[in-house]
Design a protein around this ligand. Structure first.
Ligand code: AHN
Ligand code: ZN
Length: 317
């Protein structure tokens, strides 16, 4: 009996013809390894900080725009700058540069990755020099640094999905006491007039203040409202990679950030990965809108936790 089974088994091996009851074999996706270099991401943050505060209209802002466009040209299939205009809450005109890189621009299955690249014109939560801008290492440069490194890795291991990396300008010129619309001028502009007509993506991930040591990414409530299944997917992926101490399973704030305008205006479900700790003052950490927001507030391990998670989510699509 035993020998008989073995013989049948061997005979089966020789026979390449598919038996009628064989289940169709699903073509498996090529495997990938999760790759993200924290040193490289850190350097991308440093590069931006070295230009000086990227306050809209300033020389540093203009030079950094060129740098970001060139980086996206280097790592993506296409890159462009979307020029726009807006008015800040004081009534002054603001020239907007949204910087956009696309991988597989022809594909219909797409994911949107975004961050703001501008620096707040004043560190107004600081008692000292509140009218001067901070370096904006966390608030601005950290999310961009992670996305540049994700783009670099996606050039080495190509994703199946199309990817759009959109770096928003003029996020941080808002009035804390005023209208929510005073924030996120670049993303408001892009959401009303995306770089491609009828632009769609399956979902979007916004990175904001993703650099602090021991950062906690509490679940932001607008993300939960608009993009719940994707919040679950991203937080599950992070925990699989061992980053559950950052991607915690508790409720954070309900925050006005770029994703809110993408959700409300464009209708692409978009979530925000943002450091938010309910137990501190502003929630955003003591560096927030102060001069402590410099390179010393950036931790490579946090950048890597976020970058590996985003990379895996993209490759799994
Ligand atoms: C408000 O404070 C209204 N929103 C937080 C958005 C923000 C500011 N992200 C970075 N700086
Ligand atoms: Zn800010």
């Amino acid at each position: 009996m035993f020998i008989g089974l073995v013989l049948v088994g061997l005979a089966g091996c020789k026979d390449n013809k598919k038996k009628p009851d064989d289940k169709p074999v699903k073509p498996s996706k090529p495997t990938f390894t999760v790759q993200f270099n924290g040193d490289s991401a850190y350097q991308f943050v440093q590069d931006q900080v070295d230009f000086g505060p990227r306050v809209p209209g300033s020389m540093s802002h203009g030079i950094c725009a060129n740098y970001l466009e060139n980086k996206l040209k280097q790592y993506c299939d296409t890159a462009m700058v979307q020029f726009g205009s807006a008015t800040d809450y004081k009534g002054n005109p603001v020239e907007i540069k949204n910087i956009i890189g696309s991988i597989h621009p022809e594909k219909t299955k797409r994911i949107l990755l975004c961050a703001h690249w501008d620096t707040r014109p004043q560190a107004d939560e600081d008692k000292k020099n509140p009218t001067e801008p901070a370096d904006g290492a966390n608030d601005g440069a950290s999310g961009v640094g992670v996305l540049l490194e994700v783009a670099r890795q996606l050039q080495i291991q190509k994703p199946d999905a199309g990817v759009d990396i959109v770096l928003f300008d003029a996020e941080d010129m808002g009035d804390r006491q005023g209208s929510p619309n005073s924030w996120c001028l670049g993303s408001q502009y892009w959401s009303k007039k995306p770089h491609k007509q009828n632009y769609v993506a399956r979902f979007g991930i916004l990175l904001d203040m993703v650099g602090p040591k021991d950062a906690v990414f509490a679940i932001e409530m607008n993300s939960w409202q608009y993009a719940q299944p994707y919040v679950k997917q991203v937080w599950r992926t992070a925990s699989e990679l061992g980053h559950g101490k950052h991607f915690v399973n508790y409720q954070g704030g309900s925050l006005v950030d770029d994703h809110v305008f993408i959700n409300r205006i464009l209708g692409i479900p978009t979530l925000d990965i943002i450091h938010y700790n309910v137990s501190d003052n502003s929630g955003f950490g003591d560096f927030w809108h102060t001069h402590k927001d410099n390179m010393s507030s950036i931790d490579k391990e946090t950048l890597s936790a976020v970058g590996e998670t985003v990379f895996k989510v993209v490759m799994d699509l």
